[in-house]
Design a protein around this ligand. Structure first.
Ligand code: AGP
Length: 600
């Protein structure tokens, strides 16, 4: 996902922009650029590649106190300097950065800019040329900016500078995240608070279609019609140290190790001083009133939803469907009479998920968002929010957010069960405390898992993860982890399904990793392992203490059978990490990927 940083104040803007963009690198990008403005005019620098290259290219002699910066994750137009942001209008007066996808950019080209020769293939350049065209008509930047925003259809977060106006950053957004940071003698614009936390922890939310004039000593929020909006800043709940690697070589390893701490944080946040579950009564009532739950998510969050389905159906006795957001959005199934939608999203900004939220809200259905980001779009636009308390997750590969999502879903299921009068012999807080200790044991076994990663994944081109019941859900997540950071073609498979075709892919030495944590299918999955071994597979069994057998490669500490996904995923995360490391992949910023996909 692209990143935006803007600054206007008294200090040199270059460093603030570059530092801010570095904090957004985790989101994934392929080019970057900054534009600063001083009495000599606009100084524009763009590179294809990393921020380090941009830092090298920037003219250090240029001093300026206002500017905008951008990291681009290519949508329209290939990665490269021509398509990198910021983009300038023909006269060079307006310079602009943009996150999102303008759906009607070709129509706007035809209607307003048919005689114009574009230099790039981007939808972003259409925006800045359109603003110049409208300025020629209105001779007023705010009016031209506002009219352009009215014409845009699709998602955008925009920061713009006007070479003739050294006092204002022009800002607007629709569906894509953008915040205004409030400082003393300066103000900022950022895609998320992570970029500028060093400068301030005070932020003003921008709502869809609003126009914001960001000046050195004041910020004016306006509706698209021009009415001034009074919006108070909030304090970002992120500790700046959380956004640093510290002694770790990668954010991913740091975040894997943080999982026991996150479990304990969740236990603390979701129970009161009497050790009772502490959930908003409105959420409890909404869950109780629903006749069916629809979990909507993408990627790892979707995999967490599959585990959550087990909890809600087994503990709260409520039927649950889990849907990939991008499918549900355009192929909605027949809904029940009283549905409740649960959106699971680490970032709270996934466009596929948000697209569903917009559609179900139009139908008047209630929505609960489970997310890691306070003030995120999915959090703000849902009726209810449950927070993950996992701290910033920087690595593109989601780890601690996945286990946090599962823990919160377990708590939600138990709370719903008690609200419905069911007696459970399952105390989630006690069981999660046992899980936290088990996670600690596992994250201390890195050497063993690094060796297993060498043995199984050093040179292979493919791999299979198989499991039954909830182990199948974790196998899906294990496969995603491995493929998204090591680029090994990995598949998660139901153990019993492999023989219905896919076993044809098993060759001499094909790695097959099997999970055996569920007593009722223990022997079945071990039978499936024998089937693949008989065809040459290099099989590994990861089992739960109490179910282990002598030749199992790795044994997990015992935890409640419902919560085994919280421990079985840890070795999968570490196997993926070490496989990527040994294959010299960019562990924290894998190719082609973004941390939060804010385009559909
Ligand atoms: C997971 O490792 C990936 N980074 C990706 O699948 C991610 O889970 C997905 O894009 C959903 O993101 P979200 O949780 O922020 O909505």
């Amino acid at each position: 996902m692209c990143g935006i940083v803007g600054y206007i104040g008294e200090n040199d803007t270059k460093e603030i922009l570059l530092n801010g963009l570095e904090k957004l690198e985790y989101r994934g990008y392929d080019s970057a650029g900054i534009a600063t403005l001083n009495d000599e005019g606009v100084c524009l620098t763009k590179v294809k590649g990393r921020i380090a290259a941009l830092r090298e290219s920037v003219d250090s002699s240029v001093q300026s106190t206002m500017g905008i910066g951008h990291t681009r994750w290519a949508t329209h137009g290939v990665p490269g300097i021509i398509n990198a942001h910021p983009h300038q209008s023909a006269s060079g007066r307006f310079t602009l950065v943009h996150n999102g996808v303008i759906e009607n950019f070709n129509k706007l080209k035809k209607e307003y800019l048919s005689d114009f020769d574009f230099v790039s293939d981007t939808d972003t350049e259409v925006i800045v040329q359109l603003i110049e065209k409208l300025y020629q008509k209105h001779q007023n930047t705010v009016t031209a900016f506002r009219e352009a925003m009215r014409l845009l259809k699709g998602s955008y977060a925009i920061g713009m500078i006007d070479a003739e106006d050294h006092e204002t950053l022009y800002v607007s957004k629709n569906k894509s995240p953008l915040l205004v940071g409030i400082g003393d003698g300066f103000n900022l614009v950022a895609s998320d608070a992570m970029a500028t936390l060093k400068e301030t922890d005070q932020y003003v939310e921008i709502h869809d279609k609003e126009i914001v004039l960001v000046c050195r000593n004041f910020v004016e929020v306006q509706t698209i019609e021009g009415a001034v909006v009074d919006r108070k800043p909030y304090t970002a709940q992120i500790d700046a140290s959380d956004t640093e690697k510290g002694t770790y070589s990668h954010f991913m390893l740091k975040e894997i190790d943080e999982q026991p701490i996150v479990m304990r944080k969740i236990i603390n946040e979701y129970q009161n001083e009497d050790n009772e579950l502490k959930l908003d009564a409105d959420i409890r009532n909404a869950m109780k009133a629903a006749d069916r739950i629809y979990i909507i998510a993408a990627g790892t969050s979707y995999h967490a939803g599959l585990v959550g389905k087990e909890f809600l159906e087994k503990l709260a006795k409520i039927p649950v469907e889990v849907h990939v957001a991008s499918e549900f959005s355009y192929n909605m199934p027949l809904l029940s009479e009283k549905p409740l939608f649960i959106f699971i999203s680490q970032s709270g900004e996934t466009a596929d998920s948000r697209s569903v939220l917009v559609k179900i809200k139009e139908k008047g259905y209630p929505a609960l968002t489970i997310t890691n980001v306070t003030g995120s779009t999915l959090s703000r636009e849902a009726n209810y929010t449950l927070h993950l308390y996992a701290g910033p997750e920087i690595a593109v590969a989601s780890t601690k957010a996945y286990t946090a999502q599962i823990a919160v879903l377990a708590i939600l299921a138990v709370d719903t069960a008690s609200a419905k009068g069911f007696h459970l012999d399952f105390d989630p807080m006690q069981e999660l405390a046992i899980v936290a200790n088990a996670m600690e044991v596992l994250t201390d076994q890195k050497e063993e898992l690094e060796q297993l990663a060498r043995d199984y994944f050093a040179t292979t081109r493919n791999a299979f993860f198989i499991g039954r019941s909830s182990d199948y859900n974790v196998s899906l997540e294990a496969a995603l982890k491995l493929k998204e950071i090591s680029y090994i073609q990995a598949e998660g498979f139901a153990g019993g399904e492999l023989k219905h075709g896919t076993i044809a892919l098993i060759e001499e030495g094909t790695p097959v990793i099997a999970l055996a944590t569920q007593e009722n299918v223990n022997y079945s999955i071990r039978g499936n392992v024998q089937e693949v071994v008989a065809r040459g597979a290099n099989a590994m069994i990861i089992s739960l203490k109490g179910l282990e057998e002598d030749d199992d490669a790795f044994v997990l500490p015992h935890v409640h059978e419902l919560l085994t996904p919280l421990v079985s995923v840890i070795p999968m995360q570490l196997l993926a990490y070490y496989a990527a490391l040994h294959r010299n992949c960019d562990v924290d910023k894998p190719r082609n990927l973004a941390k939060s996909v804010t385009v559909e």
